[in-house]
Design a protein around this ligand. Structure first.
Ligand code: GDP
Length: 314
């Protein structure tokens, strides 16, 4: 049983998924605490695809206790996902702290080499080597530089994007000589002059719409605070324009007490997903991260690998 015909756009149109009770461990909902080791899940999947290998992935088990449950309709199935996958329950193939199901394309998730390539002020100037790329974007201060550094395990790589003159550019980093991470300008910076903000909106939208090797946008949302209008607008624009997108919830280590109306990251996350759901035909993939604890780092890389490997083969 396969999720059918999802070409380069990963969550449109709505996939036809038939889930039988045997595929789920217990009920229609999957407590996060039931998620098992990504390594074993991924390796089992990889037995079907000997050309892909996950090296030295050390990923621990998930949450200490379940914070909320995810129903099957809210899971993200990458294209060409074998939902039944032998005897393994679906719950053991979901990346921890996310709604993302692992597919047989997951592999090559290690970052062995990362280098800054160039800064571009418009889409036409971007590297023309055709390598698949993932763009990181988010509101200023969302933790984008911290996440980029954490993904490549380099303390200061993202500083390149923060140098004067480069903050409003499309900054390309080449990973393992085979794909790009792209750092886009942070949006919503109140102090930025109006012309700069308008320009930014124009050229990043142009990049999203006209970059054929853009595999997915990774939209960063701060999970330690309630949803901001500008983030909702951004997510809805991407959804309405059918730009493949993964939502990365940042700062999930910031566990505020509920006093003063402060919400926990999982609650802010659920509120955000609820507010944007009408802009998407099927649930977009999302993942919880922290650059302080490195939560979600290996999972993002594994998710990127499955999107990338599928993209390369189609
Ligand atoms: P950028 O403007 O989006 O590049 O954000 P930065 O990466 O520079 O981070 C902005 C601020 O948030 C800095 O003070 C970081 O130390 C802090 N920060 C970033 N990521 C995290 C995180 O995962 N957890 C916590 N607690 N703080 C973070």
């Amino acid at each position: 049983m396969f999720v059918t015909h999802l070409p380069k756009i990963f969550f449109y149109p709505k996939p036809k998924i038939i889930i039988t009770s045997a595929l789920l461990s217990k009920s229609k909902t999957t407590p996060l605490s039931h998620f098992s080791s990504v390594t074993s899940a991924a390796n089992t999947l990889l037995q079907q695809t000997p050309d892909l290998q996950i090296k030295n992935l050390e990923i621990e088990h998930v949450q200490e206790k379940p914070h909320f449950e995810i129903s099957v309709e809210k899971l993200f199935f990458p294209p060409d996902t074998d939902v039944s996958s032998g005897s393994r329950p679906l719950s053991s193939r979901i990346l921890k702290g996310s709604n993302i199901v692992l597919s047989k394309y997951a592999g090559d998730a290690q970052v062995e080499q990362a280098e800054f390539v160039k800064s571009s002020v418009e889409t036409e100037e971007c590297p023309s080597d055709g390598l698949p790329e993932f763009a990181l974007v988010g509101r200023s201060n969302v933790g984008k530089s911290s996440l980029l550094n954490s993904l490549v395990r380099r303390k200061k790589l993202a500083l390149t994007s923060k140098k004067p003159g480069k903050t409003q550019c499309i900054n390309h980093f080449r990973i393992n000589n085979s794909w790009h991470l792209v750092d886009l300008p942070g949006y919503g910076y109140a102090a930025a002059p109006h012309e700069v903000r308008t320009d930014w909106a124009k050229f990043t939208k142009d990049y999203f719409l006209n970059r054929p090797n853009l595999v997915s946008v990774f939209l960063l949302i701060d999970a330690s605070i309630p949803a901001k209008r500008i983030d909702l607008e951004y997510a809805s624009w991407l959804g309405e324009n059918k730009i493949p997108m993964t939502i990365v919830f940042t700062k999930c280590d910031k566990r505020k007490k509920k006093k003063n109306g402060g919400k926990r990251p999982e609650e802010n996350l659920q509120d955000f997903l609820e507010l944007i759901k009408k802009f998407f035909q099927t649930a977009p993939p999302w993942i919880m991260t922290s650059s302080v604890t490195n939560q979600g780092r290996d999972e993002i890389l594994l998710h990127m690998s499955q999107l990338r490997n599928y993209w390369l083969k189609h």
